[in-house]
Design a protein around this ligand. Sequence first.
Ligand code: SF4
Length: 304
Amino acid sequence: MTAEPVIDTQDSPTAAVAPSTVRASLSPSRAADFKTCPLLYRFRSIDRLPERPTVEQARGTLVHAVLERLFDLPAAARTPQSAGDLVAPQWDRLVTEQPELATLFAADDTAGAAEFLRSAAALLQGYFAVEDPRRLEPAEREALISAVVDEELLIRGYLDRLDVAPDGALRVVDYKTGGAPREAFEARALFQLKFYALVLWRTRGVVPRVLRLLYLKDAEVCDYTPDAEELLRFERTVVALWQAIEQATARQDFRPRPSRLCDWCSHQALCPSFGGTPPPFPAAGAGDPLTDTRSRPVAPGADE
Ligand code: SF4
């Protein structure tokens, strides 16, 4: 990338504040949950209900792992063949670290497991159709980034990749592996990228030049260019969202908001919109939403 970064000199980033002033944290995934459906936020962040991993989510995790490790190789070795060779060992590593993934396939379902690995390799071919990793040296991969906004709210999340051009321009890259209709998730994906852009602006003083979504299944690239004014507005949106979460928590009032995304929700059986009844609201302190530790991006059942 050769474009100059947008450096905002009029609205300088928020001055650093002592960590002791932070009383809440919010990840893009959880913020997007509340925006999508307040009850979904409650189920995930307050009740902390377990969600069984889906094959699609596991495939996304695997592909992300392979793409992260691919850049450990010397540039010339980052070939489709090398990526394919990483699939099985990375899956073995993930299953060791997250044993619940092993339950996705029955012990005798070797054909299902093999097809799963093949489908991950196919997504990686989609990656090579839109990028040549031999020409890239990412500055960050799977990096946890955070910033304090409004003096007391820590916003944080893991970005897939950050590229920094010689002139300092930043490009945030997010890999999308889901097979769900893109339009159902694009707003959520863009929200996530703006979240990262805001963190980078507040910590580095530079507005990222490009926010890039790489749709591996479709082998398509979607670039977005934010500006400082937009990120200021977005920051106000995030703070307002957090205030709304605090109010809903105080009132123990998280309403369902049905949408197309319900098709990917693990909690329909407990949702009033589907005839269910939510569990009693947890006692104060249980699943404290002020310590939102689940900051890894997870779309509702379809991506990542
Ligand atoms: S099923 Fe739909 S409305 Fe109900 S909690 Fe899930 S996302 Fe919200």
